[in-house]
Every structure is written in C-alpha cells, then in structure tokens.
Design a protein around this ligand. Structure first.
Ligand code: CP
Ligand code: NVA
Length: 337
C-alpha cells in the first residue's frame, strides 16, 4: 500500500510538498502516456460517482474522461437527480454511495458536505470545488507551471482579483506548501481571511515560500512569473455591482503584466476558467449593459496573447485528476514519499 491508497482529497493542507509533487509528476507522466497512445487502465472495473451541486464544464469533463481512460465507469449525479440535501442527509447518502461506488467526486457549496461524504462513505472522496477550496484545480495548475518552467520552487505566482474565493485560498496554501512565492493582489475588503493567512504562513515558514498580501498593484506584480486571475463573482454569489466597483482597478491587462518587469520568456498568464474576457456570453452582455464594461478580470488581449496558458491548464485538469484517482484508488506501486 502506498501513502495515497484509500485517501480522500478534500483540501490541500492535508498533503505534504512531496506528496503534491508526486501527484503533479504522475500527472505529467500520464499525459505523456496519453499522448503516446499507451493504455493506463489502473482503475479497471471500478465505479465512480460524480456529484455536482454546482455547474461545471472542466471538472465534470475531466473526471469523466479520466475515469474512462483509467478503465473505470463514471456516473454523473446532478443536484436535481438525487435525494441529497432535500430528502436525505449527507451521512445516509454517503453510506449508500460508498456501498456501490469505489470513489466519489463532489462539487458543491459547503466544505462540510465533502468532509462528511469522506467520513461516512468509506471510499476515497475527491473535492471537485467547494466555496472554500479547489484542490484538483491546484494539481492541474502547478502541473502547468512545472510543465512551463521545469521546476516550482522559487517561482512567484501573483493572483489578482477576488482574494477571498476558493481558487485564491487554494493557490495561497498550495504555493506555501510547495515553496512557490504567492502574491495576492486585491482590494483590502477582499484579502484572504486571517484563518487562511495563518494556515498559509505556517506552511511558508517550513517551505521558504514568500507570501505577500497587498492592495498595491506595483508591489504585487513585481517579479512575478505567473499572473493568475479568476472571476470576480463566484458560483453562488450575485453581488456584481459591488465587485465590479471594487475590482475594476485589479483587471489583468497588458499594463499590469508590464509591472512584473519579468522577461517575456519567464512570464505566463493563467486562469482556471470560465473567464469573462469579452461579451460573448449571456453574463458578458448583461455586464456590458449594466456597467458599461466589456471585459472583467482579464482583457481579451491578454487572454489571446502569447503569455496565455489557460487552455493547457484546462487540459491538464484531466491528466492530474487521472493521477489523483489512480494514486488513491488504483493498485499501483508508489514508493513512500
Ligand atoms: N476550472 C473549473 O473548475 O472549471 P469548471 O467550473 O468548468 O469545472
Ligand atoms: N471561483 C470560481 C471558480 C470556478 C472554477 C467559482 O467558484 O465560481
């Protein structure tokens, strides 16, 4: 049995730097196998439940295709398809699903629900995003960073935007664990909570990561290798007016990238997606009508520039989720890390 066998992936804080790096490297290996057309059926005969309370394009598609490539059967259970939350408790749902499925993915609002599924399910449970954390996104993100730079330690990633959302929380803590310097650039109202900062500071003291939380764009951007942003209004929120007002100065545009002072070949842009970079969506049109802006967290220019890595990042969701599922559920030999 490996250090991963049977484990759930609920939040990044439960993993060591060596464990996270193992999963990242395993993801890169599985990507190479996939590109070479080499089968990797580590989960032959397994059944996997995919629970979604919130909508998803990447996470759902990544878990589905990853499961099938691994020889497993994925089953999508949407919020309106099952009794969870309405007629049945999380505990009872977990016991039932755990008796039939070998692994459970959950995307939803409350971290408590995914924690409880793990507590009562008796099988590995994977957090596909909650209001607090987005751990599978982190595996893909740091895999993408490693793919681009060849290493992680010592790089600087700047997240600019809503510094209190799930992705910002996860980047701050994961970077702190891995020894990647993390800057959060956001208006004071949207700085990470003290609890999250304390958690990250604890890890940073061990890894040597430099953390900076600031509302000053010049300071925050300086020396950055990766500029990262996310939507200003996350799933489950609707406070557009307040967010547009607060975050307008914190848009990732070419002027912001320039502030890094980083040579072009040492600088990339990332976004977990979906992104509001034009008015080609229903939301985009609504925002344009109400607030007179056509771009939000990132300009179309940056999104389509040579710095942009968001689509490689999206693809890597599949490879890294594959690595995570195979490591926690597969019968493969993994040396102790
Ligand atoms: N990045 C991400 O989680 O995308 P989805 O919401 O489409 O799954
Ligand atoms: N912060 C975003 C991430 C989407 C992948 C949200 O929660 O909606």
């Amino acid at each position: 049995n490996s250090v991963f066998q049977g484990r759930s992936v609920l939040a990044e804080k439960d993993f060591t730097a060596a464990e996270l790096e193992y999963l990242i490297d395993f993801g890169l290996h599985l990507k190479a196998l996939k590109k070479a057309g080499i089968p990797h059926h580590y989960l032959e005969g397994k059944n996997i439940a995919l629970l979604f309370e919130k909508t998803s394009t990447r996470t759902r598609s990544a878990f589905t295709t990853a499961a099938i490539d691994l020889g497993a059967h994925p089953e999508f259970l949407g919020a309106n398809d099952i009794q969870l939350g309405k007629k049945e408790s999380v505990e009872d749902t977990a016991k039932v699903l755990g008796s039939m499925f070998d692994g459970i993915e959950f995307r939803g609002f409350s971290q408590k629900v995914v924690d409880q599924l793990a507590e009562f399910g008796g099988v590995p449970v994977w957090n596909g995003l909650t209001d607090e954390w987005h751990p599978t996104q982190m595996l893909a993100d740091f895999m993408t960073v490693k793919e681009n730079f060849g290493h992680l330690k010592g790089l600087t990633l700047t997240f600019m935007g809503d510094g209190r959302n799930n992705v910002a929380n996860s980047l701050l803590v994961t970077g702190a664990i891995l020894g990647v310097n993390i800057h959060i650039v956001a208006p004071k109202e949207l700085h990470p909570t003290k609890e999250i900062q304390d958690l990250a500071n604890g890890f940073a003291a061990k890894s040597g990561a430099q953390l900076l939380i600031t509302d000053d764009l010049d300071k925050g951007m300086k020396g950055s290798n990766i500029v990262y942003t996310d939507v200003w209004v996350s799933m489950g929120e609707s406070n557009w007016e307040e967010r547009v007002k607060l975050l307008k100065p914190y848009q990732v545009n070419m002027a912001a990238l320039k502030k890094t002072g980083t040579p072009d070949d040492q600088l990339i842009f990332m976004h977990c997606l979906p992104a509001f970079h034009d008015t080609d969506t229903e939301y985009g049109k609504e925002i344009q009508e109400k607030y007179g802006i056509t771009e939000m967290e990132v300009t179309d220019e940056v999104f389509r520039s040579s710095y942009a890595r968001q689509f490689e990042e999206a693809e890597n969701r599949m490879h890294s989720i594959k690595a995570m599922m195979a490591a926690t559920l597969g019968n493969l030999f993994i040396p102790r890390v």
